[in-house]
Ligand binder design. Structure first.
Ligand SMILES: NC(=O)c1ccc[n+]([C@@H]2O[C@H](COP(=O)([O-])OP(=O)(O)OC[C@H]3O[C@@H](n4cnc5c(N)ncnc54)[C@H](OP(=O)(O)O)[C@@H]3O)[C@@H](O)[C@H]2O)c1
Length: 279
């Protein structure tokens, strides 16, 4: 298939490229070559390329900065996605769009299915929801993939930050009252690769298996990396950040399992592989 990937130099974009390159003809674009906020350029470009599928891994992902730069957040994560949906409609191709657990408010206490009640509490979450809504309004052929707590080789992420901090600190404070599922971008990219072989359009929750708090995740990272650091648990309110985060956002990968796919591997197995790779 001919697949156009936006945000291809991002963390997930990098692994989508690696996973899909052997099997498909890829058209890789970045914010410089294809700005998704430029409606006419998006439509002209996609009409010219005529892809079979567009995968949108572009987004304004700095959750805290979104609180300050609301205009930009809605422009990229909302209008940008609308532009892509309109362009896909024009050439009748499917759109894979990556969304987030931050569309939920965090009040759930058990894994949230695709039909769980939406209620974003941050500008980032609200802007990502706008993107989802635009797709639902415009397209029939879409895969909206909500994922969470991503880390991979090509980008800033929590495991890298923890290991970096540990070089100069004996104690690190980490939030314990936010629970989710760390997800390894190559695992997500492989799942997307499987999904696009089907026409099982719809909304999917796709994460590694299991769940933990940021604090538990940090402790596990240090255990695996054999780094001697004390992790001091703090509440999210003690660890002040501009954007509120859901206190619980574990995603039940229900639709994925119902379609006959295997659950993604446990997050502990994935982080072990990652640490082995970066050490
Ligand atoms: N990271 C997470 O923990 C997480 C969790 C849940 C969901 N997600 C979602 O997963 C997807 C991938 O996330 P990621 O962590 O891989 O993101 P990332 O590393 O920040 O990459 C995002 C990419 O989007 C590009 N971009 C930004 N504005 C653009 C624009 N106007 N036009 C075209 N490209 C633009 C960026 O390009 P430049 O670098 O050139 O600006 C960057 O390469 C996003 O949709 C994100 O919302 C992420």
């Amino acid at each position: 298939m001919k697949i156009l990937i936006t945000g291809s130099n991002g963390m997930l974009g990098h692994d989508l490229d690696k996973v899909l390159a052997d099997k498909h003809e890829l058209v890789l674009t970045t914010s410089k070559t294809l700005d998704i906020t430029d409606k006419q350029h998006i439509i002209d470009f996609i009409c010219d390329v005529k892809p079979d599928i567009v995968i949108n891994s572009a987004a304004y992902t700095d959750v805290d900065a979104c609180e300050e730069n609301q205009g930009l957040a809605y422009c990229v994560n909302g209008e940008g996605v609308r532009n892509l949906a309109l362009a896909c409609k024009e050439v009748d191709c499917a759109l894979v769009h990556i969304s987030t657990d931050y569309v939920f408010d965090g009040t759930a206490r058990e894994p949230i299915g695709e039909d769980g009640e939406i209620g974003p509490i941050s500008v980032y979450g609200k802007s990502k929801l706008k993107g989802e809504e635009a797709i639902l309004e415009i397209l029939d052929k879409y895969f909206i993939v909500r994922t969470a707590w991503l880390y991979g080789i090509n980008g800033k992420n929590f495991p890298k930050t923890m290991l970096e901090l540990a070089k100069n600190h004996h104690e690190i404070t980490v939030v314990y009252d936010e629970v989710g599922t760390p997800t390894y971008t190559p695992d997500l990219a492989r799942a997307i690769s499987d999904l696009i072989e089907t026409d099982y359009y719809g909304i999917y929750h796709l994460t590694n298996s299991g769940s933990c708090s940021w604090c538990e995740f940090a402790r596990y990272i240090f255990e695996v990396a054999e780094v001697d650091v004390e992790v001091i648990p703090v509440t999210a309110s003690e660890f002040a950040r501009p954007a509120p985060r859901p206190s619980y956002s574990v995603l039940d990968n229900k639709n994925w399992i119902q379609k006959g796919f295997k659950p993604l591997r446990d997050y502990k197995e994935a982080i072990r592989e990652y640490i082995e790779l970066i050490k």
